[in-house]
Design a protein around this ligand. Structure first.
Ligand code: NDP
Ligand code: KPL
Length: 348
């Protein structure tokens, strides 16, 4: 299959390596061009859970990437989604499949609306997290941190669910199951609570650019905060009538741990085994710039809809707005575009 990957960071390049290994043809687009500059005329080298050397095609424009592809994978942080969706939408064709890896803030609805406006009959698939974990380690290298064994997807239109499932399996293997709906996917992305708690509790390290290891930063107290945030997310999901995995299940499935381990215990075991990846070392980290406005805000908006109190989510946004002197709520350019209000006055 011909696959266009929009984005050229850790996940995008790890995805390209995984698809190349499975015999698919890939073309990668970096929105600014910075992400693919180091790949011009040279192989991409993947290391970690598998090793590979590949030469993905490089696109200069979103149109060049998308036009010849059967499937398009959006693989970049959600604070870049709107820009990338707007660049790609004029080029989508009927019959294509668009996979959002991973969805935050109902980006799938935004794409669906854009396709409808153009009369394009394409399939849009939302993932709650990425198939593969990855981190760029240099201009032409990527470290593959892991491949998930089980992922939920939602497919629009819902009538194409079986077809969507088949395409995901064809690309990445038999590791997908259908979520109840898009709200379940929206409430299944575990990065926002994990990253908010980690970033908040390790903030001076981030601001001073000190080295810290991501899972080592999830100490028992940080894990307790993540679990308290998770209780709010689970209450929101229950109010919407959707079943989502708990943060413990998420770690268990991601890392293959047996049942019964605590979150802090699993984080410590991952750190012991991997020692990495590093935690963020810049205040511009997507743990904040993506996860607060697009992830935490999404939970807050869905909680408000059902009158579910989420005081820790609200407090988290307020704290990060104060830490940065910046209105993160106003940075979400997806939810208002698909009809959700970000106004605090719509609080229950
Ligand atoms: N890395 C991981 O293991 C995991 C990642 N995820 C999620 O997957 C997604 C991708 O993550 P990852 O690849 O690590 O992220 P990266 O930070 O490595 O992504 C960098 C890529 O995103 C583009 N980009 C970043 N910000 C913007 C923006 N504001 N506007 C336009 N383009 C932008 C960059 O563009 P350019 O090339 O122009 O510089 C570059 O191509 C995120 O949503 C993340 O939360 C989820 C689980 C695990
Ligand atoms: C660091 C990791 C793998 C776990 O939080 C991650 O999810 C990310 O980089 O987005």
């Amino acid at each position: 299959m011909k696959v266009a990957i929009l984005g050229a960071g850790g996940v995008a390049l790890a995805t390209a390596a995984m698809l190349d290994r499975a015999g698919h043809e890939t073309i990668v687009w970096s929105p600014s061009g910075a992400g693919t500059r180091g790949l011009e005329g040279t192989d991409l080298v993947a290391s970690g859970v598998f090793e590979a050397r590949l030469r993905p095609a490089l696109a200069r424009t979103a149109g060049e990437a998308v036009s010849g592809a059967d499937t398009v994978i959006v693989a970049l942080p959600a604070n870049g989604h709107r820009l990338v969706f707007d660049a790609a939408l004029p080029h989508f064709r009927s019959g294509q499949t668009i996979i959002i890896s991973a969805q935050l803030s109902m980006g799938t609805l935004y794409v669906e609306q854009g396709l409808k406006a153009r009369g394009i009959d394409a399939t849009v698939i939302a993932l709650a997290t990425t198939v593969v974990m990855g981190r760029r380690t240099g201009p032409a290298s990527v470290a593959i941190g892991g491949i998930r064994t089980l992922l939920e997807i939602a497919v629009l239109p819902a009538a194409r669910a079986a077809e969507g499932l088949q395409i995901c399996r064809h690309l990445f293997g038999d590791r997908f199951r259908l979520a109840q709906n898009l709200t379940a996917i929206a409430l299944s992305n575990l990065n926002p609570p994990i990253h908010m708690a980690s970033a908040l509790c390790n903030f001076t390290r981030i601001e001073k650019g000190e080295y810290w290891a991501n899972y080592d930063g999830i100490t028992p107290s940080v894990a307790r905060l993540i679990e308290a945030l998770d209780a709010e997310r689970l209450a929101t999901a229950a109010a919407h009538g959707v079943r989502v995995r708990t943060v413990q299940e998420h770690y268990r499935l991601t890392f293959g741990f047996p049942e019964g381990m605590t979150l802090a215990g699993m984080a410590a075991a991952v750190h012991e085994k991997r020692k990495g990846p590093p935690g963020p070392t810049s205040v511009e980290t997507r743990f904040v710039t993506e996860d607060i406005p697009f992830g935490i805000m999404q939970v807050i908006v869905l909680a408000r809809e059902k009158g579910v109190p989420v005081p820790l989510h609200d407090a988290g946004v307020a704290l990060f707005c104060a830490l940065y002197g910046r209105n993160f709520m106003a940075e979400n350019d997806l939810l208002p575009a698909v009809g959700y209000s970000l106004e605090p006055s719509s609080m229950p």
